[in-house]
Design a protein around this ligand. Structure first.
Ligand code: DAT
Ligand code: MG
Length: 127
């Protein structure tokens, strides 16, 4: 059922010290996406290399894995109608300069390498 579509979101190691955990949870709550799971966790470099395997040939890959493993994240699974695509719209364009005000990156970030939150894209990746 479309209403049970699920996405994986994770507030990145900068989102936690920047004090954005409550704000970001609030946005997903207000939008009506239900919480299926939530975990405060620090990911290993090994797990992150697997998570980002599609990006392994990019020059920023090593820095991405190091940064993402540098501190705790708040990982969540949320579900609802078109949550993967809608969640991405709520997050950003990958280039912060293209992210509109009102999106998480439009409001809280200015560089791709510190973009506050991960959100699955596309549905197969969320699964
Ligand atoms: P997104 O996270 O918006 O789906 P992505 O999957 O292409 O973007 O890249 C994953 C992460 O890698 C992204 O959140 C931040 C980092 N990244 C992407 N492009 C980058 C760049 N040009 N410079 C530095 N980090 C980058
Ligand atoms: Mg991506």
């Amino acid at each position: 059922m479309a209403n049970s579509e699920r996405t994986f979101l994770a507030m990145k190691p900068n989102g936690v010290p920047w004090g954005l955990v409550g704000e970001i949870i609030k946005r997903f709550e207000q939008k009506g996406f239900h919480l299926a799971g939530l975990k405060f966790m620090q990911a290993s470099e090994e797990l992150l290399r697997e998570h980002y395997t599609d990006l392994k040939d990019h020059p920023f890959f090593a820095g991405l894995v190091k940064y993402m493993s540098s501190g705790p994240m708040v990982a969540m699974v949320r579900y609802g109608l078109n949550v993967v695509k809608t969640g991405r719209v709520m997050l950003r364009e990958t280039n912060p300069a293209d992210s509109k005000p009102g999106t998480i990156c439009g409001d809280f970030c200015n560089q791709a390498g510190r973009n506050v939150i991960h959100g699955s894209d596309p549905v197969e990746s969320a699964e």
